[in-house]
Design a protein around this ligand. Structure first.
Ligand code: MLT
Length: 246
């Protein structure tokens, strides 16, 4: 089992992911939002790469029973029902709904993996569940950090490093690429206090400036849920036991 970490989506095109097992991470905040929405009973999340496409999908597809969520420059987009704070995606707000999600980095990174054999969604919330599943699968894994506008970001890499450490503890035999080794080291330095790491990260500071400090506290929780969302046929749903055997 070999684990490679893409420190940003920039250097991989859609075909790079063909036939691979991929874990997409966007800690601040897209994948944390997706996990929260699905945990709180959303039917599915439909990630999209452009706002125009989000509008189009909300009009015609899924019987028109969709709500729009996401952000531009961290803020809710005009005409959208929700922004990109996980705290908005409460059971009361989203139970049973299909959510079309557009975000600056995360939703685009997920869409980029559409040719993958298997795309799984990760954040600090579900690392143990992911590690156990990936070890049972025993395939090579690509961890895709969504980054920030094509650049490296600390929080996704620390999260990737923490996931790899958990996999390593379950399976000592794994092979690591240089980027995966670097992620583990960054987790060693910055991963001891996730709340502090998020507050000091560039995007974390921007979120605090824009009034989303509470999101950072929520998002810093580790292994609170054992769900694994999977992106398949354009939608993200919680993977069930039958799918785990695929
Ligand atoms: C993104 O996809 O770039 C993020 O989720 C932005 C944000 O913090 O809302």
């Amino acid at each position: 089992m070999k684990i490679h970490t893409l420190l940003s989506p920039l250097n991989a095109d859609e075909l790079y992911f063909t036939g691979k097992t991929v874990v997409v991470i966007d800690v601040l905040r897209a994948t944390s939002v997706i996990l929260t929405a699905l945990k709180n009973g959303a039917k599915e999340v439909i990630p999209v790469g452009t706002i125009e496409f989000a509008m189009k999908v909300s009009g015609n597809a899924f019987g028109g029973h969709t709500i729009l969520g996401g952000e531009r420059n961290t803020k809710k987009i005009e005409g959208f029902t929700f922004g990109n704070s996980p705290l908005e995606y409460t059971q009361e707000n989203i139970e049973g709904k299909s959510i079309i999600l557009f975000t600056t980095n995360g939703s685009k990174a997920i869409v980029k993996t559409k040719f993958a054999e298997r795309t799984l969604i990760g954040s600090f919330f579900n690392l143990e569940a992911l590690a156990e599943f990936l070890v049972s699968l025993n395939n090579d894994v690509e961890i895709l950090c969504s980054g920030a506008n094509g650049m490296f970001c600390l929080e996704d890499t620390v999260c990737a490093g923490k996931l790899i450490r958990k996999i390593q503890k379950l399976n000592g035999e794994i092979e690591l690429t240089d980027a995966s080794k670097a992620s583990i080291e960054l987790n060693g330095v910055f991963g001891k206090n996730i709340g502090e790491m998020l507050r000091n990260a560039e995007h974390g500071k921007k979120l605090i400036e824009n009034g989303f400090e509470e999101d950072l506290d929520f998002i810093s929780q580790i292994d609170i849920w054992d769900i694994i969302p999977r992106f398949e046929s354009s939608v993200i749903k919680i993977m069930n036991n039958d799918e785990e055997n695929k």
